[in-house]
Design a binder for this molecule. Structure first.
Ligand code: NIG
Length: 381
C-alpha cells in the first residue's frame, strides 16, 4: 500500500540531489520510499497524510546503545553527581544483575527501551552485548538482541570480569565466546581504555573478529587520551565511539580514514567529562555520528533529540550537521546505505516533528517534538 505524506513544510532528505526542500511530499510504498519531491508533483497513492506544514526528516539512527541489561544504577549516578568519578568498574554491577535475570526479563527490558526510543523518533537501533561476560551470558544477550534490534554488536571485551585473569579472559573472548555469538552479530567491539582492555589486548580482539569476517568498532578515548582511536583507524573499524579526549594526531588520523567518530554527548554529560571536540573533528574533515550510548551506567537516555540539542547548543555543531550526524552519520557508522536518508529505494523510516523546521530541535530543547514516526513504512505513532 502506498502512502503519500503531503504538505511538508521542510523536508530534510540528507540526499545531495534532493537536498532540503520546502512544500514537499514523500511517498512510501510498503517498506520502501518510492518518491520524494515537490508537493503537487507526487504520484498517486492509496492514502494521504497531511502533515500541516510540519518538518519531516529521516528517523534517528542510534548507532551505539547497550540495552541488553537488567537492574538500575541510580545510586552510582547520585554518587557521581555528588562528585565521585565514573569508572569502568561500575559495569560489574550491571553484569551481576543481568546474569541473574531471566531471558524473558532481559527481552522485555530491551523491548521497553526500544519502544521508548521509537516514540522519540528512533527508527534504527544498534545494541551491544557486554553485560554477560561469560560464554553462556554473552550468547543469550546476543540471541535476545538479534530478535529485537536492527544491528547487534558483540562486546564480550567490555570489562574483565572480577577475579578473572585478563589474558585468559581475552583468550576466551577471541575463542569460545566469539564462536558462540558469531551467528547473531555483525560487529565486534572492544573497550580500549584504562581499567578495561589495553592496546595489545584490544588488538587481539579486533584481529580475531576480522579473521571471522565480522566488522569491528572500538570504544576509545572516553576517560582520557589513549590508543583507541589510532587502533580503530589502523584496524579499519567502522567507527570509534566516545572520542572525548583527542590529540591533534587522533583528529588527523580520523580525518584521513574511513572510520566514523561517534560522539556520545549524553554520556559525556552524565559522567561529567568534557564534551567531545566535534568542531575540531568536523573542521578537519572527519565523519561524525551522534548516538545516545543508552545504558544504565554512563548514559541512561534513549533521546537522540537530546543529543542533537546538546551538539548544537554546547558542541558548536550546526543544526544541519547535528541532524545529519544523528541520521546519515549513524548509518555511516554502521556502514548502511538503506537508512538515514529520505530517497527512493531507502527504508521507509522517517519522523514528523511538531515544528516547522529541524532548527526547533535545538531552539526548543527538552520539548518532545516527535509528532509521527514511520518505521519500515508502518505508521508507529
Ligand atoms: O559506553 N564505555 C564503556 N561502556 C559503556 C558504559 C557502560 C556502563 O557503565 O555500564 C559506555 O559508556
Amino acid at each position: 500500500m502506498a502512502i503519500l505524506i503531503d504538505n511538508i513544510g521542510e523536508l530534510t532528505t540528507n540526499d545531495p540531489e534532493l537536498g532540503t526542500r520546502h512544500d514537499a511530499a514523500v511517498v512510501l510504498d510498503g517498506e520502501r520510499i518510492a518518491w520524494a519531491g515537490a508537493s503537487g508533483a507526487a504520484p498517486d497513492a492509496d492514502e494521504r497524510l497531511d502533515v500541516g506544514g510540519r518538518a519531516v526528516l529521516p528517523g534517528w539512527v542510534d548507532s551505539h546503545t547497550h540495552l541488553v541489561f537488567a537492574g538500575d544504577r541510580t545510586v552510582e549516578f547520585a554518587a557521581r553527581m555528588a562528585g565521585k568519578p565514573y569508572t569502568a568498574g561500575g559495569i560489574a554491577t550491571t553484569v551481576e544483575a543481568t546474569r541473574a535475570a531471566s531471558d524473558e526479563a532481559l527481552a522485555a527490558n530491551l523491548r521497553r527501551h526500544v519502544a521508548e526510543a521509537e516514540r522519540q523518533g528512533t527508527t534504527f537501533l544498534e545494541t551491544k552485548t557486554g553485560y554477560g561476560l561469560s560464554v553462556v551470558d554473552e550468547l543469550r544477550s546476543a540471541r535476545i538482541a538479534a530478535e529485537v534490534v536492527d544491528e547487534v554488536t558483540f562486546l564480550g571485551a567490555h570489562l574483565v570480569p572480577p577475579g578473572v585473569d585478563a589474558e585468559s579472559y581475552v583468550d576466551l573472548v577471541c575463542g569460545e565466546m566469539l564462536d558462540a555469538v558469531a551467528e547473531h552479530v555483525r560487529w565486534v567491539d572492544v573497550f580500549c581504555e584504562e581499567g578495561a582492555f589495553d592496546e595489545a589486548q584490544s588488538e587481539r580482539v579486533l584481529r580475531a573478529a576480522v579473521k571471522r569476517g565480522l566488522g569491528v568498532r572500538v570504544h576509545g578515548n572516553q576517560l582520557g587520551p589513549g590508543p583507541g582511536v589510532r587502533l580503530a583507524v589502523r584496524a579499519g573499524a567502522a567507527s570509534v565511539d566516545h572520542c572525548t579526549y583527542l590529540t591533534d594526531d587522533d583528529v588527523a588520523a580520523l580525518a584521513g580514514s574511513g572510520t566514523v567518530a561517534t560522539l556520545l554527548p549524553a554520556c559525556d554529560l552524565s559522567t561529567r567529562q568534557p564534551l567531545a571536540p566535534a568542531r575540531r573533528l568536523l573542521d578537519a574533515g572527519a565523519v561524525v555520528a551522534l548516538a545516545t550510548n543508552a545504558n544504565p551506567g554512563s548514559s541512561y537516555t534513549t533521546s537522540m533529540a537530546f543529543c542533537v540539542a546538546t551538539a548544537v547548543l554546547q558542541m558548536r555543531m550546526t543544526v544541519e550537521e547535528a541532524v545529519w550526524a544523528a541520521t546519515a552519520g549513524g548509518a555511516a557508522a554502521l556502514r548502511r546505505d538503506d537508512v538515514g536518508f529520505i530517497r527512493p529505494g531507502g527504508r521507509a523510516d522517517l519522523q514528523v516533528l511538531d515544528a516547522p523546521s529541524v532548527t526547533h530541535l535545538a531552539y526548543r530543547p527538552g520539548v518532545p517534538l516527535t509528532w509521527a514516526v514511520f518505521r519500515r513504512g508502518v505508521h508507529r505513532m
